[in-house]
Design a protein around this ligand. Structure first.
Ligand code: LCS
Length: 398
């Protein structure tokens, strides 16, 4: 469908990337093959030289992947996309494609634990300088960007404090300070249904598609979305030669299926999250609720400006601190104690000792993660049942 980019989100999430199948299959089959046979040496050589379109080897491309990659590109408003074996695979493949010796990175000081470890420990270990900044402080951000800055990297809302960063303002400032800087946004917490960073000036979007994009908690995968040239470069080096973190065809099939209901799932997640956030806001055992949909939350106005709905991730500070976390969370009966997010089940975790366990005490402080912080990925159960379960657990603290 040629004019798919002019259609609505629901139409795009179902039809984008659809291909004509030789047998008329409506659903894209799983091309579970490592390699593709050529009709002749000349054909193989032409494909390697990019002089003829067609597939060569699944690490470089596969029809089942192509469909879901085209769909993600359309949903994010990018020219092209590539699927990866995990969210970390997406982040590493994207940054390895860009970096040259001597380049510097400016990164948000509130990030998913493994992304933070990549930037705070692994990148410096191999010689790249990384400056960490609070991206809500535009003066500090401006001071950190220089002529060596190759990548400006952030998530919004941030994992796990839900800090909201003004995408448009950060992109404008970054490009003013260094027109060659690549602004890379991790859109995992929002999904393209809620927020489209490329339309606000970002150069590249990365995803842990393990989360809302898949939505069923049964795959580990990721995406990189950007310009055609950048995605070609990712295919040619970062992904193909450096990380090798390609998405497998079965996973691409599952993601294609998951994406067909993204809008419906996000509407339900967000409606549930708003009810849960309001309940938690008024509960006496809760000191603070971190949720971009609450008017008294710092990021409320920016979230309203750049997100369709405020998402379904939230965190709470318990008045009783770390001791209260163990006491209350172990009493949950319906909500599950687990990391990850975006699944049908409501998932509850303790960032300081789980997703952000590699943070030092200072890192936790800088990212705003308290000992009593509990993160909740509000699922798609009935809101009343989620609230009942949280209530019985929290009431035990009173
Ligand atoms: N980006 C964000 C914002 C994430 O939350 C995660 C994983 C990743 C990237 C990495 O994606 P993966 O390789 O796992 O697909 N976040 C997790 C979390 O908060 N709990 O468990 C995993």
């Amino acid at each position: 469908m040629e004019d798919i980019r002019n259609k609505g989100f629901a139409t795009q999430q179902i039809h984008a990337g659809a291909k004509k199948d030789p047998y008329g299959a409506l659903t894209m089959p799983i091309y579970m093959t490592s390699t593709f046979a050529f009709d002749s040496v000349q054909q193989g050589s032409a494909r390697f030289a990019l002089k003829e379109e067609g597939y060569v080897y699944t690490r470089a491309g596969n029809p089942t992947l192509s469909q879901v990659e085209e769909k993600m590109a359309v949903l994010e408003g990018g020219e092209a996309a590539v699927g990866t074996a995990s969210g970390m695979g997406a982040i590493s493949s994207a940054i390895w494609t860009l970096l040259e010796a001597g380049d510097e990175i400016v990164a948000s000081n509130t990030l998913y634990g493994c992304t933070f470890a990549l930037f705070s420990s692994d990148m410096p270990r191999i010689g790249f300088k990384v400056h960490f900044v609070d991206f809500t402080d535009l003066d500090a951000l401006s001071a950190a960007i220089n002529e060596k800055t190759k990548i400006v990297y952030f998530e919004t809302p941030c994992n796990p404090t839900l800090k909201v960063i003004d995408i448009e303002a950060v992109c404008k400032l970054s490009h003013e300070k260094n027109k060659n800087a690549c602004v890379m946004v991790d859109n995992t917490f929002a999904s393209p249904y809620l927020q489209q960073p490329l339309k606000l000036g970002a150069d590249v979007v990365v995803h842990s598609a393990t989360k809302y994009i898949n939505g069923h908690g049964d795959e580990i995968c990721g995406f990189i979305v950007g310009s055609k040239d950048f995605i070609m470069a990712v295919h040619g080096s970062g992904l193909k030669e450096m990380t090798g973190a390609v998405m497998d065809p079965h996973c691409a099939f599952m993601i294609n299926r998951g994406l067909g209901t993204l809008d419906l799932r996000m509407e339900k997640h967000c409606a549930n999250a708003m009810e849960v956030a309001k309940f938690l806001h008024d509960h006496p055992a809760v000191e603070k609720v971190y949720y971009p949909g609450l008017e008294d939350f710092e990021g409320y106005e920016i979230a309203k400006k750049q997100m369709r709905l405020p998402g379904a991730m939230l965190s709470i500070d318990l008045r009783g601190g770390r001791d209260a976390v163990g006491e209350a969370i172990n009493k949950l009966k319906l909500c599950r104690i687990a990391v990850s997010l975006g699944d049908a089940e409501t998932l509850v975790e303790h960032p300081a000792t789980m997703t952000h366990a590699t943070h030092s005490a200072q890192d936790l402080k800088d990212s705003g993660i308290t000992e009593g912080l509990v993160r909740i990925s509000v699922g798609r159960e009935d809101a009343a049942d989620i609230i009942d379960d949280l209530k019985q657990a929290l009431d035990s603290l009173l």
